[in-house]
Ligand binder design. Structure first.
Ligand SMILES: [Zn+2]
Ligand SMILES: [Zn+2]
Length: 372
């Protein structure tokens, strides 16, 4: 943000501040150097870049929480933003402020708690470059509350910089920081977004099916169908088996699906219940959530077959062996199935030769994974 850098520039002669200033200046220079181009990735294709592929809490070292970039002709759209998203973006060479549109499938903690990190980086970078760009954040009811709370949280960390003598106050209105973040709450199924690259349709899925009706008025979980110039990608988000998602995914080129190993989940619930002396009804409720509000491998295969999608990519899982998950899906679905890891990327190709050779237009991108 401008006043931070102005302040730091002014006091660079002070030895202690100079260390911080130089560090921040270098960091800003490195970022601007690598973000000279507004495009992310190659033009003329759609790429799915998996930033985080783990199932929900607890946190893991090897897989970040759910977060996926859909990059269409070089323009990035973010779907969900779990803890660790910003670090994966840095590793992938993505500047977060290049992402102008974010979609939340639902507001469970593992899908949204990385937002404040991304917003903090956006806020710093947009102010540094005096950009008046807005970042639009789409999600279910309560998304506005989430965005407002995250903005309040991050700006507390910038108040003291703005209060220093010599700091510019361009980013302030009546003493408050201006927010570049605009929340859009999606109230129900249907067309929810459209621009010159993509068209997004939502369906309410069955992830909250056990929730009392009153709560389901306030909390919704969506799957998204995103039409691009290179094919149709459907993100299940979190869901149990769902006719609405099957209808949404009808004929899609790619189904990006959550998946869970119910045996592993059962062991986890039983172990946690035993260690913490849970009453039986608490363990039963958690197990019902796992079994009815999530998908196992055969559920994914069944839904993919019914929807006649052309390929499946699994994410949101904690595999001991990804091949086992793939084999489980293939029991019910005959098309190609991929098991993603963090920083893997898949490309949709419209090349006629590719299509002739491979009925699925999805493949790992030719440049390979960004894992290092
Ligand atoms: Zn989840
Ligand atoms: Zn969830």
């Amino acid at each position: 943000m401008r006043q931070v850098l102005a302040y730091l520039g002014q006091f660079r002669v002070v030895a202690a501040s100079a260390v911080v200033a130089i560090a921040l200046t270098r960091s800003a220079a490195a970022q601007s150097g690598s973000s000279r181009s507004a495009a992310v990735g190659a033009a003329d294709r759609t790429e799915i870049l998996f930033l985080g592929t783990a199932a929900g809490p607890p946190l893991r070292l090897d897989r970040s929480e759910p977060s996926t970039l859909l990059i269409v002709d070089g323009r990035p759209y973010l779907i969900d933003c779990g803890i660790g998203t910003i670090q994966r973006m840095l590793r992938a060479g993505i500047q977060s402020e290049q992402i102008k549109t974010i979609f939340f499938t639902h507001l469970h903690a593992d899908h949204d708690l990385g937002l404040a990190d991304v917003m903090a980086n956006d806020f710093l970078r947009l102010n540094t470059t005096s950009s008046s760009t807005s970042i639009n954040i789409y999600g279910p009811p309560q998304t506005r509350e989430l965005v407002d709370a995250a903005f309040h949280y991050i700006t507390m960390g910038f108040r003291a910089f703005a209060a220093e003598p010599g700091a510019t106050r361009d980013a302030l209105v009546n003493g408050e920081f201006k927010s570049p973040f605009v929340a859009h709450e999606i109230q129900g199924a249907g067309l929810v977004y459209q621009d010159d690259k993509i068209r997004v349709t939502a369906a309410e899925n069955s992830h909250y099916v056990l929730m009392p009706a009153q709560s389901r008025q306030q909390m919704k979980s969506y799957s998204y169908r995103i039409e691009t110039p290179h094919g149709v990608v459907v993100f299940t988000g979190d869901t149990g088996p769902s006719d609405a998602v099957v209808a949404l995914a009808r004929g899609a080129d790619v189904l990006v699906a959550e998946v869970e190993d119910f045996d592993q989940a059962t062991k986890f619930v039983n172990r946690t219940a035993e260690q913490n002396h849970w009453p039986p009804q608490r363990a039963a409720a958690m197990m019902a959530h796992m079994r009815e509000e999530h998908l196992n491998e055969e559920d994914v295969g069944e839904m993919a077959s019914r929807a006649q999608v052309k390929s499946v990519v699994l994410y949101h899982y904690n595999p001991t062996d990804p091949a086992v998950y793939v084999a489980g899906v293939k029991k019910r679905f005959s098309g190609p199935v991929f098991a993603s890891a963090d920083l893997d990327r898949y490309c949709l190709s419209t090349d006629a030769g590719d299509r002739a050779r491979n009925p699925s237009i999805l493949r790992p991108c030719p440049e390979g994974s960004l894992r290092k």
